[in-house]
Design a binder for this molecule. Structure first.
Ligand SMILES: Cc1cc2nc3c(=O)[nH]c(=O)nc-3n(C[C@H](O)[C@H](O)[C@H](O)COP(=O)(O)OP(=O)(O)OC[C@H]3O[C@@H](n4cnc5c(N)ncnc54)[C@H](O)[C@@H]3O)c2cc1C
Length: 477
């Protein structure tokens, strides 16, 4: 059932899920289907977490925040852990383009086409390209390889900054990976993305989340929105429930889909963890954040097809520093044509995304903040004008989100768009070894982030929680 935000919840549950991001929702859905009683608490007034959308000008414009592209694997995950209707609405993007001072490429983002581009556009021998892909394919999550992304590219494509840009730039946008991150974080995501192209949900994020909400309710998940969990209750090293709006709700296990650090340090409290675990948790680095500019095209106006996803840059070479710089040298444009929401009146929208550092936005005066935001908007307008000449006069709504916006809406520390760096995964996965019945599911470790990574991590953790509950059931019998 859907509780109103004012209702006091008196029942107790097998599992309480804190946060309705894709990991939290997928876990809740799977566990309810498997017969567990589940309460899903979300602090926002809608489900989805980062998988979100918003309307402006009385609903005339709808903008998707993170519907830019995900791997084909999402079809299988949605079919298996959600339903066929959701899975069937996932469609492949036709055209992904790169426009930068080093090269211009259009691709369907499949491995086959990447091999062709590396060979024909960048002049790398097929032997080397195949060796590179074979190393990626053989990367194993459990291998303890110390090689980082920069070293991996240097091994196969020495001195080729253009190839590094071609291979890494989309992944920087997809999960915040940089040259210094372990190559495994890149390898897994890259292999995933490259196999069969880039996909989005046709119908828009609003329709997907609405279908997911129906499915959750159908499977018996209790949901409350505007329910911010303040505390996770721990008794005798076991989870006992949560505190929401000053009162307690009891349960046998808790899964936090909130930020990893917030979960440990704020919702549980350091004194409940071993010093060894805390040491590891303190070393976990957060991923960087994002800026976005949302541009709505006037009713009745049209724009030509110029690609679905366009990676643009004015920077003469690729570097992690430049891509994060507030100078916004690099931006990715997601262009939404009417077939993004075929059920609505034909409409176009454009969202530009750039990676950003929280520190560059945090300590500005109100005036500096507004000036930086105005600069960001202008960069996007002039950037899209180069791709679609004349588009500026067709845009009748524009606004921007910064790392502070991301932080405010998702409660992620420092507005981290993709959770934590690689080391966060071990901390997330071992939380239940510290406190019985306490689990975490959500963007961590680069590979468990993004729509597919988060949803799949929800499934993985659902198994863990179920095993824990089964052990409790057996102990009672
Ligand atoms: C700008 C941007 C663009 C992106 N683009 C893409 C893309 O194109 N493709 C892709 O695959 N991924 C993309 N991502 C990443 C992707 O959206 C996320 O990795 C994924 O949606 C995160 O899911 P999650 O389960 O970790 O939870 P989140 O989405 O982080 O959700 C966590 C939820 O928990 C709630 N919560 C937190 N604390 C509490 C509390 N105390 N009580 C109750 N509720 C709480 C929050 O309100 C939130 O709803 C993008 C991200 C950003 C920021």
């Amino acid at each position: 059932m859907l509780y109103s935000s004012k209702q006091k919840i008196e029942k107790s549950y097998d599992v309480i899920v804190i946060g309705a991001g894709l990991a939290g929702m997928t876990l809740a859905n799977k566990m309810a289907r498997d017969g567990r009683s589940v309460l899903l608490l979300e602090s926002h007034n809608k489900l989805g977490g980062f998988a979100t959308w918003f309307k402006r000008k009385d609903g005339e414009h709808i903008f998707d925040v993170s519907l830019h592209g995900f791997p084909a694997g999402m079809i299988k995950t949605c079919r298996k852990y959600w339903n066929k209707e959701i899975a069937d609405k996932i469609h492949q993007l036709k055209s992904v383009r790169y426009i930068n001072p080093q090269f211009q490429v259009e691709t369907d983002f499949t491995k086959e086409h990447f091999i062709k581009v590396l060979n024909q556009n960048f002049g790398v021998s097929l032997e080397v390209v195949e060796a590179f892909f074979s190393e990626l394919a053989n990367m194993n999550f459990y291998d303890n390889s110390q090689i980082n992304n920069g070293e991996l590219f240097e091994k196969y494509f020495p001195g080729r900054n253009d190839i590094t840009r071609f291979l890494l730039e989309p992944i920087v946008y997809a999960n915040g990976s940089n040259l210094e991150d372990p190559a495994i974080s890149y390898g897994i995501v890259f292999s995933n993305f490259m196999s069969k192209g880039v996909y989005i949900f046709q119908g828009g994020t609003d329709q997907m989340i609405s279908l997911m909400k129906d499915e959750l309710l159908k499977n018996g998940v209790d949901i409350q929105l505007q329910a911010k969990v303040e505390k996770i209750l721990i008794e005798n090293k076991c989870t006992a429930g949560v505190v929401v709006k000053g009162y307690q709700i009891h349960c046998r296990s808790v899964v936090s889909n909130s930020n990893l650090k917030t979960t440990i340090h704020k919702m549980v409290g350091d004194h409940h963890f071993s010093s060894e675990f805390l040491d590891k948790a303190k070393k976990v680095r957060l991923n960087t954040s994002s800026c976005q500019v949302y541009m709505g095209i006037k009713k009745g106006e049209t724009i030509p097809f110029v690609g679905d996803l366009v990676f643009t840059s004015d920077d003469i070479a690729f570097s992690t520093d430049l891509i994060l710089s507030p100078k916004i040298g690099s931006q990715t444009f997601s262009i939404y044509y009417p077939d993004t929401r075929p059920h609505l009146e034909p409409k176009f929208a454009i969202v530009s995304s750039s990676n950003a550092r929280y520190e560059d936005w945090k300590n500005l005066t109100a005036q500096e903040y507004e000036a930086r935001k105005a600069f960001l908007i202008e960069r996007s307008l002039s950037g899209i004008e180069k791709i679609i000449p004349g588009v500026r006069s067709k845009i009748d709504f524009v606004d921007a989100a910064t790392p502070l916006t991301v932080e405010r809406y998702t409660l992620h520390e420092q507005g981290a768009s993709f959770g934590t760096k690689f080391e966060g995964l071990e901390v997330s996965m071992s939380m239940h070894k510290e406190i019985n019945g306490l689990f975490h599911a959500g963007s961590v470790g680069i590979i468990m982030s993004g729509w597919l990574g988060a949803a799949n991590y929800g499934v993985i953790q659902a198994h863990e929680v179920d095993n824990y509950l089964s052990r409790l059931d057996k102990a009672i019998r």
